[in-house]
Design a protein around this ligand. Structure first.
Ligand code: 2HG
Ligand code: ZN
Length: 461
């Protein structure tokens, strides 16, 4: 009997297909680790024509597709647990071109973020979106989730750096979105609709990225702080007086895990909160200004200790305290919340959220960290050894429902930068109105009439 997969192989004879159990396991999951991978097979297209062929085949046979990048996602957006064909873009990982006049870099979607950074630097420019999984995540996945990271405070999210996209829509059409134009007032901007669509509208086969001038030389500072209120006070002070590139906070519990994972302590003593901040400091005057601001914070009691990196190796060691958190928590099977509110709403939201977490997780370790300058907090709840996986997730989902309610009253979002995927799907309506969700579903129907692209992600299939 000829299977649908045999027919795909016959249609696209040079398409690489993997069917070994080890490959199904590897490509069927992302960093969530909650679902058991069970894809039909893995396709590794080499070009846009093969992607188009796969999408047309999937429509003919009504086979669901899961677009797949570096699978570093934290919301289950790249999980294939129901016989889907995983479309891994990992072989489409080349630079297509650089345009000096436009200051754009055109790349294939499977390129790791770190390789994009390196390619931009070859031209004396930067691609400024950056975060800890840079070595493993892919630019296509960054686009699918509108990834943010540690420099949003200066540069914004992925969305702001996309000049144009080539996308194979769910109906098999190859779309060239925005043609990398700076100005284009000709109707709906489908490029921006695809950014953050989590693989439910189309598969990105090429992206033209905007590049920027490198920032001035920076200094990296680690601060120890007495309270969450102090973190907010210091943020306001530093933002007013320094040209911030990053302002990231974490708690003592996060620090304990990173240190246990091999990072080096940079400040002696125990403090409840820490901040890693980076700011432009190209000359003696700006470095002096930073010291003055630090001194003022110290005198006011909003900072208790601090250290300024004296070399790039020291700066990297300070960054490791922040960037190593996710990896250090992974063995504890964390349940992750990734929430945001407007910067102005942070203090009120924090107080309500702190009370909620203390009440609902009395005997459970909860680790906070994140991009406080963007109004974005990561809350990782660690599974106690004596609780089963299912009981733990049930408890976390109960609390997330309450948290979603708090977010709704503060006008926030249940997913700041990780995407909705499978994990946040039940809470989408805390961030989007019923009218918006209905429109989202309608848009999906137009792009993907048969619902073959990443069904079940974002909303129920
Ligand atoms: C980060 O900011 C990432 O490091 C991961 O968004 C956050 O592990 C997390 O919850
Ligand atoms: Zn983050």
């Amino acid at each position: 009997m000829t299977t649908a997969l045999d027919e795909l192989a016959a249609r696209l004879p040079s398409l690489r297909l993997l069917r070994e159990p080890g490959d199904l396991e590897h490509y069927g999951r992302d960093w969530t680790r909650r679902w058991t991978p069970a894809p039909l097979a893995i396709a590794l297209p080499a070009n846009a024509a093969e992607v188009q062929g796969i999408v047309r085949w999937a429509n003919d046979h009504r086979v669901a597709l899961v677009p797949s990048g570096g699978r570093t996602g934290l919301s289950g957006g790249a999980v294939a647990a129901h016989g889907e064909l995983v479309v891994s873009l990992s072989r489409m990982n080349h630079v297509v071109g650089f345009d000096a006049a436009d200051r754009t870099l055109t790349v294939e979607p499977g390129m790791p973020l770190e390789a994009v950074h390196a390619a931009a630097r070859e031209h004396g420019l930067i691609y400024p979106v950056d975060f800890a999984s840079r070595g493993s995540c892919s630019i296509g996945g960054n686009i699918a989730t509108n990834a943010g990271g540690i420099r949003v405070i200066r540069y914004g999210t992925t969305r702001e750096w996309i000049a144009g996209l080539k996308v194979v829509a769910g109906n098999g059409e190859l779309l060239e979105l925005n043609r990398s134009l700076v100005k284009n007032s000709s109707g709906y901007d489908f490029r921006q609709l695809v950014v953050g669509s989590e693989g439910t509208l189309g598969i990105v086969v090429e992206a033209t990225l905007k590049l920027a001038e490198p920032p001035p030389p920076a200094q990296t500072m680690l601060l120890a702080l007495p309270s969450m209120d102090a973190v907010l006070v210091v943020f306001r002070l530093f933002r007013a007086r320094l040209a911030l590139q990053a302002f990231e906070f974490f708690t003592d519990i996060a620090l304990r895990h990173v240190l246990a994972h091999g990072a080096q302590r940079a400040i002696d003593g125990e403090f409840p909160y820490y901040v890693v901040t980076e700011y432009d400091a190209p000359d003696a005057a700006t470095q002096e200004a930073a010291l003055t601001v630090f001194g003022e914070a110290l005198e006011a009691g909003s900072v208790v200790d601090g250290v300024i990196a004296q070399s790039s190796a020291q700066a990297a060691a300070l960054w490791r305290l922040r960037e190593g958190i996710t990896e250090s928590l992974a063995p504890h099977k964390p349940y992750k919340n990734d929430v945001s509110v407007r910067i102005g709403a942070v203090p009120a939201f924090l107080h309500e959220m702190q009370a909620l977490l203390a009440r609902e997780y009395p005997h459970i370790e909860v680790v906070w960290f994140g991009h406080i300058g963007d109004g974005n907090l990561h809350i990782n709840v660690l599974k106690p050894d004596d609780l089963s996986d299912d009981a733990f997730i049930a408890q976390c989902e109960h609390v997330t429902k309450l948290l979603a309610g708090v977010l709704k009253t503060h006008g926030g979002s249940i997913s700041a930068e990780h995407g909705i995927g499978l994990v946040k799907r039940p809470y989408l309506d805390s961030t989007r109105s019923a009218a918006e969700i209905a429109l989202m579903r309608g848009v999906r129907k137009v792009f993907d009439p048969n619902g073959i692209l990443n069904p079940g992600k974002l909303f129920e299939a």
